[in-house]
Design a protein around this ligand. Structure first.
Ligand code: SF4
Length: 428
């Protein structure tokens, strides 16, 4: 019964930019901004001038990480700056998008590389780092390399600082952007997660204090460093200040990246991306480690607080749409199959638990009758959740549980070997 159920962006596929509902911030300089346009749009910036004020400004701004974990940006910066060690801190900009449904970091790096560079240099000045890395897919790296060359050609102090940023290509694998995998990739050339026995802020790269931020977070930091926390808070809500980049994909003609104010309802974001929410059955919010939300609940704000009741979070700002008439079981089975294939193979829950979970969903999608499938799914979730060295098993369980909840009717039919959507699927 299974069909190719999920339409996430394919490698090399063109990604469109949708108009922002408010004046854009991160993408204010327009497409493919060069140094002159960047400076004309945002103004000149000396990272050393904000080294002592950045931390309190970040705390007042309420900026949280845009890579998925949503950790307060100022806390990471403070922990790295205060680390009790003789080693000098290191700054790492993480632009790896192993998540197939995310394109926002690549879009940001391509269109606003200078803003990300400013964010790296601002945080490096604030924590006293001499070494900086940018880790991202090839597309993004090329744009940043060209931007660094532009600065070098323009001369001045900023050119020397930007030239210190080392560029490293991230492999195209789901877990390659996990924080400890990034450190491993730089240290050993192997992008696999490691045990979270110590915080990166105190003992990260080569055992030294390491400030690792997502590239979008760094671009926001570059703007807060220029314009302050009040300006940042003038968009979004009290709970979810500022703007965020969102990638909308799925049953759409073209994947879109948009910059939206914090707390904007999910259905409004979908409309801006060109999709009528009435034509949807559900939306996967937060990416492959996220949770399905039923169409009738899509007026929920795209914020941590708003999505919590649905067991979801914005993650890296990801919405994957599932059109009416599509089978939620087939879509989920396809994603869990993919996630099981992306294990780094280091921990038991990943090596044995995820393949078992994937095979259960596959059988379910294929119409193998199994009245005990709910019990089996629940048992596997308990066996796997919280037992890996990283959050890969937990994220997969979150998706599995949300699918069993949101597609309860489908699940009921599939346990008896039927699919409510099979006729429509085979007709399409
Ligand atoms: S939980 Fe899975 S992905 Fe994470 S470190 Fe262990 S084997 Fe690797």
């Amino acid at each position: 019964m299974t069909t190719a159920a999920v339409h996430y962006p394919q490698p090399g596929q063109r990604v469109g930019l949708s108009p922002a509902p408010i004046p854009p911030r991160l993408l204010a300089a327009g497409h493919l901004a060069d140094l002159a346009t960047h400076l004309a749009t945002f103004g000149a910036f000396d990272p050393r001038s904000i080294s002592s004020t950045l931390l309190p400004e970040l705390e007042r701004s309420g900026l949280t990480g845009r890579g998925g974990a949503a950790f307060p940006a100022w806390r990471k910066l403070m922990a790295t700056a205060d680390a009790d060690t003789s080693k000098r801190p290191v700054v790492i900009a993480n632009g790896a998008e192993g998540e197939p449904a995310s394109r926002k970091d690549a879009v940001l790096l391509r269109n606003a590389p200078h803003l990300v560079i400013d964010g790296i240099l601002a945080t490096a000045a604030a924590v006293g780092a001499h070494r900086c890395y940018l880790y991202a897919g090839r597309d993004g790296l090329e744009a940043v390399a060209a931007a660094i060359d532009e600065r070098r050609a323009a001369g001045g102090g900023g050119a020397k600082e930007a030239a210190r940023i080392q560029l490293l290509e991230a492999p195209d694998a789901f877990v390659s952007g996990e924080a400890t995998a990034v450190v491993n990739a730089i240290e050993r050339g192997l992008a696999v997660p490691r045990d979270h026995v110590a915080h990166l802020s105190t003992a990260g790269l080569a055992g030294g204090p390491t400030l690792l931020h997502n590239v979008e977070t760094l671009a926001h930091i570059a703007l807060i460093a220029r314009y302050g926390s009040e300006w940042f808070r003038s968009a979004g809500t009290v709970d979810d200040p500022g703007t965020r980049l969102v990638t909308v994909s799925g049953d759409l003609a073209q994947t879109r990246v948009l910059e939206v104010p914090g707390g904007m309802p999910v259905d409004e974001i979908l409309r801006l991306a060109g999709w009528d929410p009435d034509g949807l059955r559900a939306v996967l919010v937060g990416g492959y480690h996220g949770a399905w939300i039923a169409a009738e609940d899509l007026s929920v704000p795209m914020s941590r607080q708003g999505l919590a009741a649905h067991g979801a979070s914005p993650g890296a700002g990801i919405l994957v749409t599932l059109a009416k008439g599509r089978c939620g079981i087939a879509a989920t089975a396809e994603i869990i199959d993919y996630l099981a294939s992306q294990s780094a193979g280091q921990c038991g829950p990943c090596r044995f638990g995820l393949p078992a979970l994937a095979s259960t969903w596959r059988d379910l999608a294929s119409g193998v009758p199994d009245p005990s499938v709910r019990t089996r799914l629940a048992g596997l979730a308990i066996a796997v959740n919280g037992r890996g060295a990283c959050a890969h098993p937990d994220g997969t369980v979150r998706l599995s549980r949300s699918a069993a909840r949101v597609f309860a009717d489908d699940l009921e039919q599939h346990t008896e070997g039927h699919c409510l959507h099979a006729a429509r699927r085979s007709a399409s």
